[in-house]
Design a protein around this ligand. Structure first.
Ligand SMILES: NC(=O)c1ccc[n+]([C@@H]2O[C@H](COP(=O)([O-])OP(=O)(O)OC[C@H]3O[C@@H](n4cnc5c(N)ncnc54)[C@H](O)[C@@H]3O)[C@@H](O)[C@H]2O)c1
Ligand SMILES: [Zn+2]
Length: 364
């Protein structure tokens, strides 16, 4: 088992990574002084797989666990679920010193984390992420929240977990498409911060797609380290943390243009990274070989690099919506070499359109 520390002063916390790590949850909770009632928040897909085991584990540790099961799916990341969870916490007898365990993907982590952030003005929570997205991204960094019908992730809070327990064996049951989409974020970490990680992703697609857990350990650990160090420097996204949005300005456009049904988030990010590389090439920041190399890597994971049937205007329009929501110019994170990115706010609509045109049909 490996431990990574997220250094945030008094809000610092450890990330434990390994195989069959779930049992350390007992330890982690007892060292944190957990007593009495504890809530396990999970979803309807994860509960039948791992809910009973975690429930039993915490029961054996002398705690009184209450399993709170949300319906699975992004559409359940909404405010009324927070009210429901707070009711569950009350019925379970959680008080200010209690702990919430988030057992699931990013949806569970975001919802459970936000419920913990607001219940009794904030109680402690532990993340036990069960998807790649949650293990390398959402469980680290303290962003919690829910969607509003008009905008995603718009109601929320920064609330850091007190520990993250990553058990790679939980990935065995993860559907393939979710696995691939999660690995898009790992490729992203390589491009923004670590050429060695990127090269590893290029060389090991087959093993990672076969869920070779030994092969998965390094990219997941490295991703956590990268995200942890970025968050440690810029917890509230005043600057540096924005580099984690590489591929996301275009990506959010693809997600919205596909009505959040066509692409999984990671798939949209893969397309977005490809479009961002085309834009960087247009601006003279990278050469064609860079674009090709990143594209080959994305394709090796069965992730999309083309979207021939969707009009460019629909994506552009969806991206503009993002801009209105934040009330400023679109911000792009662009590579100017492997493992090096810059932020640009001066990109014109014509340049954005040209990048989209360049990659739309699968060329570029
Ligand atoms: N807070 C952050 O910093 C942050 C970062 C990235 C993403 N997010 C959020 O995370 C969410 C996406 O997360 P996600 O991709 O994990 O989606 P998800 O939580 O919806 O999980 C994907 C699917 O896999 C199922 N599942 C989860 N673990 C499983 C397992 N081990 N075996 C079998 N099935 C399993 C889930 O029930 C769900 O159907 C989005 O809401 C996004 O906004 C948040
Ligand atoms: Zn993302």
């Amino acid at each position: 088992m490996t431990q990574i520390d997220v250094s945030l002063g008094e809000r610092s916390y450890p990330i434990h990574i390994g195989l069959d790590t779930v049992p350390v949850l007992q330890d982690v909770l007892s060292r944190l002084g957990a007593r009495g009632a504890v809530a396990i928040v999970t979803d309807s897909n994860v509960a039948p797989l791992y809910g009973a085991a975690v429930d039993q584990l915490l029961g054996e540790a002398g705690l009184w666990p209450r399993l709170c099961v949300l319906q699975a799916g992004e559409e359940n990341k909404r405010l009324d679920r927070i009210e429901w969870l707070c009711g569950e916490f009350l019925r379970a007898g959680l008080d200010r010193s209690s702990i919430v365990v988030a057992l699931g993907g990013g949806v569970v982590g975001d919802v459970a984390g936000f419920a913990a952030a607001v219940y009794m003005r904030g109680i402690r929570f532990v993340q036990v992420p069960t998807t790649i997205v949650a293990q390398v991204d959402s469980s680290v960094g303290g962003k919690t929240g829910v969607n509003h019908p008009l905008a995603k992730n718009i109601i929320g809070s920064f609330h850091q977990p007190i520990a993250v327990v990553i058990d790679l064996t939980l990935l065995r049951s993860l559907p393939d498409r979710e696995l691939r989409a999660g690995l898009a974020e790992v490729i992203k970490h390589g491009v923004i911060a670590d050429a060695t990680l990127f090269a590893y992703m290029e060389a090991n697609a087959e093993r990672l797609l076969a869920k070779d857990l030994t092969a998965l350990e390094y990219p997941i650990r490295r991703s956590c380290e990268i995200k942890a160090s970025i968050v440690a420097e810029d917890e509230r996204e005043q600057g540096l943390r924005a580099i984690l949005n590489y591929g996301h300005t275009f990506g959010h456009g693809f997600e919205a243009a596909g009505k959040y049904a066509r692409f999984l988030h990671g798939e949209a990010v893969a397309l977005g990274m490809h479009a961002a590389a085309a834009l960087a090439q247009e601006l003279g920041l990278v050469d064609e070989a860079f674009v090709q190399r990143q594209r080959d890597c994305i394709e090796a994971y069965g992730l999309p690099v083309a979207w021939p049937e969707m009009p460019v205007d629909v994506v552009l329009e969806a991206m503009q919506h993002d801009k209105k929501a934040v009330g400023g110019a679109l911000k792009f994170i662009l590579a100017d070499g492997m493992a090096h990115v810059i932020q640009r706010k001066d990109i014109t609509e014509a340049q954005t359109r040209a990048a989209l045109e360049a990659v739309r049909g699968g060329r570029g």
